[in-house]
Design a protein around this ligand. Structure first.
Ligand SMILES: *[C@@H]1O[C@H](CO)[C@@H](O)[C@H](O)[C@H]1NC(C)=O
Length: 82
């Protein structure tokens, strides 16, 4: 019985690690930015890799932004706050 308990715990731990349900996860992109740390809404007419309705975080130094995903204000007015 003890073995089964350990096995079950292991399976759950693996599933939990494999699928982090984190809405704030910042995914890798080809969206480039000015190298100043901070968040901004993408602009496809400036850089097609930066979607208009997504919010990005610019990484200081690398000049590469990661993608936080869809944000209402970016879709509505292209700003972090409307
Ligand atoms: C994208 O940038 C262009 C040029 O700066 C600007 O005219 C346009 O309004 C911007 N679009 C969005 C969705 O912010």
């Amino acid at each position: 019985m003890k073995f089964l308990t350990v096995l079950t715990a292991l399976v759950f731990a693996t599933v939990a690690t494999a699928e982090p349900i984190d809405k704030r996860a910042c995914g890798p992109t080809n969206c480039v930015c000015n190298g100043i740390q901070g968040q901004f809404c993408g602009n496809e007419s400036v850089n097609p890799a930066c979607r208009n309705d997504h919010v990005y975080e610019c990484a200081r130094g690398s000049g590469r932004a990661c993608d936080y995903g869809y944000r209402n204000s970016c879709a509505r007015c292209g700003e972090l706050q409307c």
